[in-house]
Design a protein around this ligand. Structure first.
Ligand code: PEP
Length: 252
């Protein structure tokens, strides 16, 4: 059984004050929720505040990105050891906005993934095709390539923490969600590629989240798909009531 993860990516929203206010409202709403793991990904200036605010609760906090090296002359970067030192537990890697605006390459995602695993962080590796690639019939090729690159040189024994997020670029922040069938198809491709790289046992245990315009109204049908093991939620995670409705989705 793969325990689902419902994660909120706050992108470049919320000051530390606003982040802590969110947590103060949100925790009482979900304090007895054990069915799914809940993770928040605040922006870097809010991260340590959120880690402190969720301490002792059923919510974890992660970083939206990190460097792969431990230290060095890399202005603006944060290292895996720095994240571990503030008790950060999760890290998003290769989000399409990072690939697009910060020019993160497949190689960098691979280096970051290995560094995260080495430092005991739970990596959430984002993959997904553009609209152009989907319309050209290249979804499978893109996903297989991104997974193969990300997992290059990763050992099955050291990758128990691995989490993948399928985030079709055309669905992120656009309001147009992948249909449950489209998402299931993509997740099955990803799981097959993980099996080809890390073996079927690791593929079976790896959580694959769906991200892209997840809302309270579409969560249950997406989560009903056999290969969808949770959600990575952007815009709809910014409001505690809305995010709580997503966390507490009810299957039919
Ligand atoms: C995201 O940023 O990871 C995301 C899925 O955004 P949204 O839910 O707003 O589409």
């Amino acid at each position: 059984m793969r325990k689902r993860i419902i994660a909120g990516n706050w992108k470049m929203y919320k000051t530390p004050r606003e982040s802590v206010d969110f947590v103060a409202k949100f925790l009482p709403m979900i304090h007895d929720h054990t069915r799914d793991e809940i993770v928040l990904f605040p922006t870097s200036t809010s991260l340590s505040h959120v880690i402190e605010a969720v301490k002792g609760s059923n919510v974890r906090a992660g970083a939206q990105t990190m460097h792969w090296l431990n230290e060095g002359p890399y202005t603006g970067q944060t290292s895996p050891t720095m994240l571990a030192s503030i008790h950060c537990t999760h890290v998003l890697l290769g989000h399409s906005e990072r690939r697009m605006y910060a020019h993160e390459t497949d190689d960098m995602v691979n280096w970051k993934l290995k560094a995260a695993l080495l430092h005991g962080l739970t990596p959430v590796v984002c993959v997904g095709e553009s609209l152009e690639k989907r319309q050209s019939g290249l979804t499978e090729a893109v996903l297989r390539w991104q997974i193969a690159c990300a997992l290059n040189g990763v050992e099955p024994e050291s990758s128990a923490a691995l989490v993948i997020a399928y985030e079709p670029i055309w669905a992120i922040g656009t309001g147009s969600t992948a249909t449950p069938n489209q998402a299931q198809e993509a997740h099955a491709i990803i799981r097959r590629e993980i099996a080809a790289t890390l073996g079927s046992a690791r593929a079976e245990s790896t959580r694959i989240l769906y991200g892209g315009s997840v809302k309270p109204e579409n969560t249950a049908t997406l989560m009903a798909q056999p290969d969808i093991d949770g959600a990575l939620v952007g815009g709809a995670s910014l409001d505690p009531d809305t995010f709580c409705r997503i966390v507490k989705y009810q299957t039919a």
